[in-house]
Design a protein around this ligand. Structure first.
Ligand SMILES: [Zn+2]
Length: 101
C-alpha cells in the first residue's frame, strides 16, 4: 500500500466510521444531557440570585440530539410521502371504479 492510497483511504474511512457511530448513537440513545443546565433543568438568572427553568430543555434536563432531529425529520418526510402516494393510488382506483359505471 502506497502512502497516497493510505492517506486517501484514511480520509474516507475515518469520517465514515465517525458518522455511522454517531448515527447509531442517535438511534440507540436519542436523548443527551442539556448543555445549558448540565442536566439539572435549572439555570441561574441574570444576576445569579435565583434560578429559573432551563428554556432549551424545558426543565427536563435532557434534550434531543441534533442527529436525532435529522433522523426524525427524514422519517417524517418518508412517512408523509408514502401516505400521500397511497392516498393518490386510492383516489385513482376510486376514479377508475366510478368511471366504469
Ligand atoms: Zn437544560
Amino acid at each position: 500500500m502506497t502512502l497516497p492510497l493510505f492517506l486517501v483511504l484514511t480520509a474516507i474511512l475515518i469520517p465514515t466510521v465517525l458518522t455511522l457511530r454517531y448515527a447509531h448513537l442517535c438511534w440507540s440513545r436519542p436523548f443527551t444531557h442539556c448543555r445549558r443546565c448540565a442536566g439539572t433543568g435549572r439555570v441561574r438568572s441574570a444576576f445569579g440570585l435565583s434560578t429559573r427553568e432551563c428554556r432549551p430543555c424545558q426543565g427536563i434536563g435532557y434534550r434531543l440530539r441534533t442527529g436525532r432531529h435529522v433522523l426524525n425529520y427524514v422519517r417524517r418526510l418518508h412517512h408523509d410521502a408514502r401516505t400521500a402516494a397511497a392516498r393518490d393510488q386510492a383516489n385513482q382506483n376510486t376514479h377508475r371504479t366510478n368511471h366504469r359505471r
